[in-house]
Design a binder for this molecule. Sequence first.
Ligand code: S3P
Length: 165
Amino acid sequence: MIVLVGFMGSGKSSVGRALADRLGWDFADTDTLVEQREGCPVAEIFRRSSEKRFRELEREVLRSLEGRSNLVVAAGGGLYAAAGNRRRLRRLATTVWLDVLPEIARRRVGEGASRPLWEADPHGFRELFERRRATYALADVRVDASPGIDVVVESILGSLPPAEG
Ligand code: S3P
């Protein structure tokens, strides 16, 4: 299993889908799996319940992927920030950090679908970005996610350990 981690707007879902295509593997997105489980969008889970509830669901979804192989997963931006999730992933997967410049992440998030954390505190972006970087840096592999999707996919394929490649 390969799990893509990184900040909102780093391209985990689009790169993940393209990578899965290249490998002939399945693709899953933890935000989508949470939404399917709850029957409502992520933003609504934040609004109607809490971020804490969302994090529980995220943990459950990750647990449900245990034992899967030939799978590329796009992890929600906060999933890898939890030490328990990192421990689980160390056993289950090769983790790949899509490292992107803050300006690029900001632009992509600004254009995309709604992100509750971003909307709650657009000015806290930089601080959250810096704090998260320290945990993403614990991933097995780091790739520069600033270029286009195909380039990023190639650099992931070129950096994977032999067992996944
Ligand atoms: C979050 C990132 C989002 C989503 C939720 C919280 C975060 O996923 O899981 O809004 O804490 O960074 P993306 O990284 O796919 O936008």
